[in-house]
Design a protein around this ligand. Structure first.
Ligand SMILES: [Fe+2]
Ligand SMILES: [Fe+2]
Length: 272
């Protein structure tokens, strides 16, 4: 686990018995295996090489290391992250676990999820479309527009915003979940704009944000207002491939974790 880049946070939450969440994102599995066709293997090898360059680009742009540990195969990074998650109380994955949703990517993801011994939520990223995912598997939970994992005195709510859209149905479902008053952690792929991330995120282009773009539905902004107040205790996001942690409003912080493909991970101790 000393190969991972772990950032720890403490999030006070009244009424929650202390528990620790493991949050990672953007592993971008480009897997192949014995069941892969020669064409699938060739494509996976090409994409693996492509992600060597892309992950290095992001890491160097944001002053992060690019040593042997950070450049390890995506499947090895995934297994390291799963092993760390198994040492805490629950895992949250905020999208782009798979790069292309190939049959081998699905098998590699399912193997990782099967190795998890703790409750978990995994939301779709823009590299994963819900309609491409099979039914009847552990990863099939990613097909749901809203997922809920109940940890007793804390609920994890995953929201699929992989196409940068919050639908009226998703908004209504999240509203109902928050109306219970239960302390809540929200998980999504594409981050929201906040007063303090505006400079860093807006300039990346609209692909990297879920607010303030042409055609942005009003539900997106209503969602941001909804999740930036109690009972939400934290919003977890991915997609940026760099670490970006800023307050949304009312003391609620959006924790954007950097790319899992180089071993970045957050651990949150939540509670009192
Ligand atoms: Fe990504
Ligand atoms: Fe993404």
């Amino acid at each position: 686990m000393d190969t991972l880049t772990i950032t720890r946070y403490y999030i006070p939450a009244a009424g929650v018995a202390k528990k620790t969440l493991c949050h990672f994102s953007d592993v971008h599995l480009t897997a192949y295996d014995d069941l892969s066709t020669p064409e699938e293997k060739e494509k996976a090898l090409q994409d693996t090489q492509g992600w060597m360059d892309t992950r290095r680009f992001f890491a160097e742009k944001y002053g992060c290391p690019t040593g042997e540990a950070q450049m390890a195969d995506s499947r090895l990074q995934f297994s390291r992250l799963i092993a760390l998650a198994n040492t805490v109380d629950a895992a949250v994955m905020t999208g782009d676990v798979m790069n292309n949703v190939t049959p081998a990517d699905i098998r590699a993801t399912e193997t990782g999820f099967a190795a998890l011994t703790v409750p978990f939520v995994s939301v779709c990223g823009n590299h994963e479309q819900a309609d491409k995912l099979p039914d009847g598997m552990l990863l099939s939970g990613m097909k749901q527009p809203v997922q809920v994992v109940d940890l007793g005195d804390l609920q994890l709510v995953g929201v699929d915003n992989s196409d940068r859209i919050i639908t009226p149905e998703q908004l209504a479902e999240v509203e109902a979940l928050l109306a219970t008053g239960k302390p809540t952690v929200i998980a999504l792929h594409v981050p929201m704009l906040t007063p303090d991330n505006y400079a860093a995120v807006y300039g990346c282009g609209e692909y990297f944000r879920m607010n303030d773009f042409d055609g942005c539905p009003p539900e997106n902004d209503r969602f941001r207002t909804l999740v930036s107040a109690a009972p939400v205790v934290a919003v977890l996001s991915g997609h940026l491939h760099f670490q970006c942690v800023t307050e949304i409003a009312n003391g609620v912080v959006q924790y954007g974790v950097s790319q899992g493909i180089t071993g970045n991970v957050h651990l949150y101790t939540i509670g009192e």
